[in-house]
Design a protein around this ligand. Structure first.
Ligand SMILES: [Mg+2]
Length: 244
């Protein structure tokens, strides 16, 4: 097992500095001046910027934060906040149709997850392990807006459509296409946005087919630092932060 798999990752021993991506990296540049230290607590938040509302909030521990890659870790029991109100929208009735302005704590359950994000991408790649056995379950491509760095973590927006990839990378499928269709029908997204989300998923798929990052390395063998404990949500986790 190489050093980058052990959980106590830092930029000097990952070898990631040699990786190259051709897209603009606004977060990457910011990371040079104010990267979050490994082992620190951050929140990842889903925030539609037009509505300026804080939707889902997830508490993570920072694994790695450098200009090429941001890696975050979450485990069962760690804090996530979800909006409260009347559910019932969408294909499985799990979408909020009438938010009441509040949030409720819904601790993360069942899985350990490592989130890998390359600055400026419109998706992150999640690795899921069954927490009790640390058995690898699947890769998961979460389509979302490019992350924006904040003083307490990262803001993005979940774009409903996802992709699930088998542990051995041999098969994959779209997930929640029906929720995205509902999102367009209900005016949450435009048809053009839905096309763009899918195109971004196809970019991830191209990487999968070519076994390019992050599918080019043995992330499933990564293990978290056993010293990491549940982070506390920082104050201001529910406050909209203006982008720079
Ligand atoms: Mg998603």
């Amino acid at each position: 097992m190489t050093a980058w798999m052990r959980g106590q990752m830092c930029s000097r021993d990952t070898g990631l500095a040699s990786l190259r991506w051709g897209r603009e990296r606004s977060i990457g540049r910011a990371a040079e001046s104010r990267a979050f230290p490994p082992g620190g607590a951050v929140v990842w938040r889903s925030i539609p910027r037009i509505a300026r509302e804080v939707h889902a909030v997830l508490g993570f521990t920072v694994v790695l934060d450098n200009p090429e890659l941001i890696a975050l870790y979450i485990a069962p029991g760690w804090p996530t906040m979800r909006r409260t109100g009347v559910l019932g929208g969408g294909p499985r009735g799990r979408m909020l149709v009438k938010p009441d302005g509040g949030h409720a704590l819904q601790p993360w359950v069942d899985n350990e997850a490592l989130v890998l994000y390359q600055p400026s991408d419109g998706y992150s790649v999640w690795l899921y392990w069954h927490a009790e056995s640390h058995t690898f379950r699947e890769w998961y491509v979460n389509l979302e807006e490019p992350w924006r760095r904040t003083p307490i973590g990262f803001d993005s927006r979940d774009n409903l459509l996802d992709m699930v990839v088998a542990p051995d990378l041999a098969t994959w499928h779209w997930k929640d296409e029906d929720e995205l269709a509902w999102g367009v029908m209900s005016g949450r997204h435009t048809a053009g946005e839905a096309v763009a989300f899918r195109r971004e998923g196809e970019r991830a798929l191209e990487k999968l087919r070519n076994h390019a990052f992050p599918f080019d390395r043995d992330w499933p063998s990564w293990t978290p630092d056993p010293a990491w404990r549940s982070p506390r949500l920082p104050s201001g986790w529910n406050v909209y932060i203006e982008s720079a």
